[in-house]
Write a protein that binds this ligand. Structure first.
Ligand code: GDD
Ligand code: MG
Length: 359
């Protein structure tokens, strides 16, 4: 059996995760102690993938800096960059130039912002066994209108692909992991902006090609929003999704090297404390991602939030579902709740932002 190859789509801008993604692409954000993609790379490797082509665009050079030739991960990594983003289909076509496999070989394609516990090797086996053109991993969500809605027939054959439709016909959605037969990728027009979701998949179905669904109910999450990003990190730390890339045993918290956590602080519910970060006595940090070198002062409360590298949260401040950019300072007594975002380097003076429900 020749080496299994994959393409990783990482060219998106990750706008919904600003300000986190102002300086770092979404797939490189520290998640449970390592760049997000480290979890996807480790899982792909465990499924038998040995060579991965990164389809990059936004801040392309940062991916090579982070992962190099891949030898640390037991993988061979290649990088293909689009001058201007070519969309998901154009990116796959462009990246395929760096594949080595023949026209009949299966190629795994992964969205670069997904945590999934499904069995990629079984999806590949299913694809090969049925001789499909493309096999899509499918999962069920409560709100399918934000995703690609994918109805199938009794044999698992995909009957339509409805990207972000306001009227989804099923809760089953495209989970962002495909197996393509290589020749199908080669049939995508070269050098053009193409969406697999809006053009390639509907076109294949229309033409009568065998597009299969591989449905399962394992752990699945798109980390495209701050709340989902925090949840993903927390679930990895807690071991709700096993990851070979987790830098330590799964448990209530993950403390990176040099982190200093007061014995009188509470850090729990899957929180990560970055390298050399400090959590002082009486502070309470739950389910959050604390960046390297940040400081949570005595008595501050940080719940389900992201605190950037080198940021400081002063005593008595309260953060819930908030995102604090790198180097920002949250002065004493501020309350930043649901969806608050503070841009890097901003200094909030004492009690500048308070929350009141009776307005
Ligand atoms: N190289 C490259 N070039 N990558 C791109 C481009 C591009 O022009 N556009 C998007 N990507 C990458 C993103 O970085 C991401 O990893 C992936 O393609 C999907 O793009 P998103 O922007 O995250 O799409 P989405 O989350 O709204 O929807 C997609 O994922 C859903 C599952 O999470 C679709 O595939 C939906 O059908 C699917 O349900
Ligand atoms: Mg996404």
């Amino acid at each position: 059996m020749p080496e299994l190859e994959a393409i990783l789509l990482v060219g998106g801008q990750g706008t919904r995760l600003r300000p986190l993604t102002l300086g770092t692409p979404k797939p490189l954000l520290p998640t449970a102690g390592v760049p997000f993609l480290a979890h996807q790379l480790a899982q792909a490797r465990a499924a038998g993938v040995r060579r991965i082509v990164f389809a990059t665009s936004y801040r392309a050079e940062m991916f090579r800096e982070a992962f190099g030739d891949g030898s640390r991960f037991g993988l061979t990594l290649e990088y293909m960059t689009e001058e201007t983003p070519l969309g998901t289909g154009g990116a796959i076509r462009n990246a395929a130039e760096a594949l080595t496999c023949g026209p009949d070989a299966p190629v795994v394609v992964l969205n670069g912002d997904i945590l999934s516990g499904h069995d990629i090797a079984d999806q590949v086996a299913w694809h090969v066994g049925r001789g499909a053109a493309v096999t899509l991993h499918l999962t069920e969500v409560d709100d399918p209108s934000r995703f690609g809605c994918v109805p199938t027939d009794d044999e698992g054959r995909v009957t339509a692909f409805l990207e972000k439709t306001p009227n989804p016909v099923t809760n089953r959605i495209n989970a962002g992991c495909y197996v393509f037969t290589r020749s199908v990728i080669d049939s995508i027009p070269e050098g053009e902006v193409v969406s697999v979701e809006r053009e390639t998949f509907p076109g294949l179905i229309e033409a009568g090609a065998l597009v299969l669904g591989y449905a399962d109910a394992s752990y699945w999450l798109d980390v495209g929003t701050p709340a989902a990003f925090v949840k993903g990190s927390r679930d990895l730390v807690l071991g709700r999704l096993a990851s070979p890339a987790l830098p330590g045993p799964a448990g209530d918290l993950l403390a990176l090297p040099g982190a200093v956590i007061s014995p009188e602080a509470k850090v729990a519910e899957g929180a990560t404390v970055g390298a050399r970060a400090v959590v002082e006595a009486g502070a309470k940090v739950t389910g959050s991602v604390l960046g390297d070198d940040c400081v949570i002062e005595a008595g501050a409360i940080v719940a389900d939030s992201v605190v950037g590298t080198g940021a400081r949260v002063a005593s008595g401040a309260v953060l819930r579902d908030a995102v604090i950019g790198d180097g920002a300072v949250i002065g004493p007594g501020n309350e930043l709740l649901a969806g608050s975002r503070v841009w890097p380097g901003v200094v909030l003076p004492e009690c500048a932002v308070r929350f009141s429900s009776d307005v």
